[in-house]
Structures are given as C-alpha cells and as structure tokens.
Design a protein around this ligand. Structure first.
Ligand SMILES: Nc1nc2c(ncn2[C@@H]2O[C@H](COP(=O)(O)OP(=O)(O)OP(=O)(O)O)[C@@H](O)[C@H]2O)c(=O)[nH]1
Ligand SMILES: [Mg+2]
Length: 423
C-alpha cells in the first residue's frame, strides 16, 4: 500500500529544572550555591532519506514524543540532555503546520533535517544567580517546557520528468528501458500502484530523474480508477512526457481520444500542471496496428505545436532521438519547484500586552508572556516576593494598578496565581 500523506503529533521534551543546592565540604562552614543546571529536553527532528519512498511508517505510528532533560544535581552537576527523536521520511516530503496550512519545510535533499518541535531549555541552577550582594541565592530556574505540534507530511516526489498516460500505455516499460528502474510490467491496466522513480544516466554525473505514476483514466479527478492523487508526484516535474499507446490496444481505442482524456484530467487537477512543457510520445510502433495509426495521429498533433516522437519502449526503436530532445527540454526549464518554508505563525499577541480589570473584587492581570515569566520565578522560595514585585514593576503592572486605585490587601490574579497586593 502506498501512503503519501500523514498527520503526526510531535512533542519535544521539557527542559530539566535547575536546582538549589549548597556546597558541603569538610571544614567549610557555609558553602556557596552549587545547584546544577537542568539538561535540555530532546527535540523531535524530521530527517529526509533516499532509502524510503512512502510515508507508510506513519500509518500506525503517529505520535512522536521526545524525552525530557534531567534535573540538575548537586556540586554543579548538569542534568543529562536528552537525545533528539529522529523521524525518517522520504526525500520530497513537504511538512505543513496542520493548524495554519503553512509550509514549514520542504525536505528536498538526502539528510536534510527539520526540527519539528524544539526541546525545552534546561533551567539554570542557583549558582548562576549568585551576585556580590546575593551570595546565597535560594532559587533556581525551572526548565522550559517542550513544544507540541501537529504537522502534515505530504510526499511530493522530486523528478525532472513525469510520465503520464492511460493504463497500459507502456509507462513502466519506458522507464525500465531508459532508466535503471525495474517496475512491474504487465499487459493489464493498473499494474503500477505506486509512483516509481528511475534515473536516466547520460554522461558521467549527468542524470535525469523520471517519475512513473499509476495510469490515469477519464474521471480520475472524481476518483475513478486509482484517482488522480498520484499527479501530486509529477506536480514538481520540469517536463511532462505524455505516452500514448499508438496501437490502440486490444479494445482498438483511438490514441487521439486517449490524448484528449488525459489532458482533460491534468487540467482538472491543476491548470498549472497542464501548462507544463509536454512531449508527446507515440509508443508501440513495433506493432502493425500502431503503424496503421501513425500518419493520422501525427498529422492531427502537428498543428498543435507539440513535439511528437514515435518509439517502441519494447525494442528501443526511436528512443535515442527522444532522449536527446528530452534532455535538452529539461535543461531549458527551471529546476524542480522547492517550496519556500515559512515560520510557524505565532498566536496573535494583543497590541497592548497588558490589560487589567477588576472582576468580582479581584484585579485580573493579563499580559502576553507574563505567565511564562512567572514560571521562571521559583515562587516557593523565600525571596520570591521581592522578585515578583520587581517583575511586576518592570512590566508596568504596579504603576497601572496604582493608577486604577488598587488598595493594600486587594486580591490580584495572574492566571491561576493569586496574591494580596501589598505596596
Ligand atoms: N509491443 C509492444 N508492447 C509494449 C510496448 N511498451 C509496452 N508494451 C506492453 O504493454 C503492456 C503495458 O505496459 P506497462 O509498461 O505495464 O504499461 P503502464 O503504462 O505502465 O501501465 P499501468 O502501470 O497499468 O498504468 C505490457 O504488456 C508491455 O509489455 C512496446 O513498445 N511495444
Ligand atoms: Mg505501469
């Protein structure tokens, strides 16, 4: 089964907490602070590899959760940083933010990495907070929480040339003749059930990648046959090769009618794809029925400005002239489209980050980012009040409360955290 889309959940590890510890040495009465830093949480990293060609692994496994960092230890010992959790995907995987649809990354090279959820930073231990006036800081920083996101993975193979045509036209035969590819070939329709890539070697170091996709039929856009979803894999091709069974097959079809049908399906999928440069290849000229059709088909296509080739994928007849023009046409086109990644949209931050309102006798303080800053203050420690006061003062909360007429003893709430106001 071919799977080329998946939705996954990723969560990075929380950072470990920094700790409050003291040096205890023989003969040293009161040692200084010695609380170690917390280790960083593991990130979830998506890595592209040429070894895979489907997103099948994500059918049953959709949650990826990296480990948290360890807390700091005594004697300034760092907590252990957790390793990153790596997820392997095929090259050509586009990663989108599920919520916004933003393209976050387009992994177009082997080994390319994308950090889908960044591990939380470890908190600093109390030794970091010692100053000449505060020799014994009795607080430390908690680790930063990890991130969690939902992302869509979408495989859009990267190939220079995309082969399109009805089932049985000979697409897989052609790719096996010109490229180092061994797809399944058979004399019945829908032999190919998943896209295959083949590499055509010209000279040393000069190659073209060709994509063979399952055959399209009339109504593919409505899901008839295997549907047209596979066109996603030729969307980024520089040149399309439209393969026609010139013999008309066993049912004696008209190759010109086949040509019209496929072009119509292409246009229904994407007008942009339908406008891509297209070479028309009349296949199976080794068959007598093909010879009978050849003159008529060529004459009908000539006025439409298509470059038309007659070949036999089976006997190689006509292959070389076709390949040399194909190589030329591809080189004239811009390289395959790589999506430009965008940063993940951040939740809207109100213009005035601070709002204060008296609700049911309690001053509700709302401030973008205050919650996070509160988390960084370890509020269980004795001098927390002083630091809380300083934080609120720095953010202008105290001034604003006074302006609004706060009185000593009034309740003040910041999220879940409540305290009494004392000036
Ligand atoms: N005589 C002759 N037969 C050919 C030629 N090319 C392909 N065939 C035959 O046509 C049949 C279909 O070929 P495939 O390559 O499987 O066709 P396809 O377009 O990949 O078909 P689907 O994967 O079903 O979409 C097979 O029996 C091939 O052997 C050719 O040039 N000459
Ligand atoms: Mg095939």
């Amino acid at each position: 089964m071919f799977i080329d889309r998946a939705k996954i959940f990723v969560k990075s590890g929380d950072g470990g907490n920094g700790v409050v510890m003291w040096r205890r040495e023989k003969f040293v009465a009161a040692g200084g602070p010695a609380g170690g830093d917390g280790g960083g949480g593991g990130s979830v990293v998506i890595v592209a590899t040429n070894d895979l060609n489907t997103l099948l692994d994500f059918r049953f496994n959709r949650r990826f959760i990296a480990q948290p960092g360890d807390h700091g230890g005594p004697k300034n010992m760092h907590g252990k940083t957790s390793p990153d959790l790596e997820i392997r995907v095929p090259v050509g995987t586009v990663i989108k933010d599920t919520a916004s649809g933003t393209v976050l990354a387009d992994l177009h090279e082997d080994g390319q990495r994308f950090v889908a959820a960044k591990g939380g930073r470890g908190g600093r231990g109390n030794s970091h907070f010692a100053t000449p006036t505060r020799k014994a800081p009795d607080f430390a920083e908690p680790g930063k929480p990890g991130e969690e996101h939902e992302v869509d993975l979408e495989l859009k193979l990267l190939a220079d040339v995309g082969l399109v045509g009805l089932p049985n036209a000979g697409k897989s035969t052609l790719i096996s003749t010109v490229a180092a590819a061994r797809p399944k070939i058979a004399d019945y329709p829908f032999t190919t059930l998943e896209p295959n890539l083949g590499v055509i070697q010209f000279g040393p170091g000069e190659t073209l990648v060709m994509a063979d996709i399952p055959g399209l039929v009339e109504g593919a856009a409505e899901g008839i046959g295997l549907g047209h979803d596979f066109l996603r894999h030729v969307e980024r091709c520089r040149v399309l090769v439209h393969l026609l069974d010139l013999s008309g097959g066993l049912e004696g079809r008209d190759p010109l009618e086949d040509f019209r049908v496929i072009n119509q399906e292409l246009a229904r999928y994407s007008p942009e794809l339908a406008a891509r440069p297209m070479l028309v290849v009349l296949n199976k000229i080794d068959l007598p029925d093909a010879q009978a059709n050849r003159e008529r088909v060529e004459a009908a296509l000539a006025p439409k400005d298509y470059e038309v080739f007659a070949i036999s994928a089976a006997t190689r007849e006509g292959i070389d002239p076709f390949l040399s023009i194909l190589r030329q046409r591809v080189s004239e086109q811009p390289p395959p489209q790589i999506f430009t990644p965008q940063p993940r949209p951040q939740p809207e931050v109100p213009k005035d980050p601070l709002t204060i309102a008296k609700e049911n006798g309690v001053w509700q303080v709302r401030h973008a980012g205050l919650q996070t800053q509160l988390e960084r203050l370890n509020l269980d420690t004795p001098d927390a009040v002083v630091r809380l006061h300083k934080l609120l003062d720095d953010l202008g909360v105290i001034v604003r409360l006074r302006e609004m007429g706060v009185a000593d003893g009034d309740g003040v709430a910041i999220g879940d955290f409540e305290f009494d106001f004392v000036d």
